[in-house]
Design a binder for this molecule. Structure first.
Ligand SMILES: NC(=O)c1ccc[n+]([C@@H]2O[C@H](COP(=O)([O-])OP(=O)(O)OC[C@H]3O[C@@H](n4cnc5c(N)ncnc54)[C@H](O)[C@@H]3O)[C@@H](O)[C@H]2O)c1
Length: 264
């Protein structure tokens, strides 16, 4: 019960359909297991509802809200809904991130570049700017942004994705510094290669290879020899959201099986 009585927003709490659980869904379930009331936000309401059913089956408390993070007024509506339903916002977890359409600098279209930055960077920006006044009034709150180790290590085909996540890291640290005096903490988690539908189903289709083959290929790139799971990201998020991390802010935490510290 590490989040007992806390009110949490998980943005991107549904998931891309596929063989494994996604980062947002696993985090929402874990937060609820640890005692939080969770507002499950997604542009795909049916998918957020699936997460709600999973939580309620375990006896947890959750409710859903449809919003597209690229629309600032909808982000404000998320914040208002959380205050209306739960009375406060203790945790804001920004999980939404996309990479579809990304390419090397000469290949990526302007449309894809703008779309990826809009979702991955402007989305969390909008959520944070509306949630922070509520947290400041409470004199407490935790923000966790889901970044990526792509932010700190170049991959030629991830031009927009990398730029968006690197900027998200910078935004997170700015928020941390600007709000530390208000009792608000802000950190980013940088997942490495995680076995989620977005990564496997999406890329297997794009690369036109078998899913199992992709899982093996990705596993070999990790020093620990296998990909992480969404639960690995969720447990890091739980720690950062809990009072155990009360002196931790401005941190960019890799959850990557050692991948980002390997040279060669
Ligand atoms: N899987 C990996 O290997 C990996 C690695 C590094 C970082 N990440 C990061 O993890 C996060 C997502 O992981 P996931 O597995 O939960 O993905 P997911 O696709 O399963 O879930 C994301 C959810 O976000 C929702 N969404 C997409 N665009 C939205 C929008 N504009 N507004 C509201 N909701 C929207 C989708 O409907 C989906 O339910 C992303 O930020 C991604 O960059 C993943």
């Amino acid at each position: 019960m590490r989040l007992m009585d806390k009110a949490a927003i998980v943005v991107g709490a549904g998931q891309t359909p596929g063989h494994a659980i996604g980062n947002g869904r696993a985090t929402a379930i874990l937060f609820a297991r640890e005692g939080a009331r969770v507002l499950l936000v997604d542009r795909d309401l049916a998918s957020a509802d699936e997460t709600r059913v999973l939580i309620e089956r375990e006896g947890g408390t959750a409710s859903t809200f449809r919003a597209d993070v690229t629309v600032d007024s909808q982000c404000k509506a998320v914040v208002d809904a959380c205050v209306e339903r739960f009375g406060r916002i203790d945790v804001l977890h920004n999980n939404v991130g996309i990479g579809a359409g990304d390419q090397s600098i000469t290949e990526v279209s302007e449309e894809a570049f703008v779309r990826i930055l809009n979702v991955n960077l402007k989305g969390p920006f909008s959520m944070c700017r509306h949630a922070i006044p509520v947290m400041r009034a409470q004199k407490s709150g935790v923000i966790t942004n889901i970044s990526s180790i792509a932010a700190v290590a170049a991959t030629t085909t991830l031009t927009a994705y990398r730029a968006s996540k690197a900027a998200l890291n910078a935004l997170t640290q700015n928020i941390a510094i600007d709000n530390a005096a208000y009792g608000i903490r802000a950190n980013a988690i940088m997942p490495g290669l995680i076995d989620t539908p977005m990564a496997i189903e999406g890329n297997a289709k794009r690369l036109n290879i078998d899913k199992q083959e992709l899982i093996e290929q990705r596993g070999k790139r990790v020093p620990m020899g296998h990909m992480g799971s969404a639960w690995d990201v969720a447990y890091a998020a739980l720690f950062l959201a809990s009072d155990e991390a009360k002196f931790i802010t401005g941190v960019l935490l890799p959850v990557d099986g050692g991948q980002s510290c390997r040279v060669g």
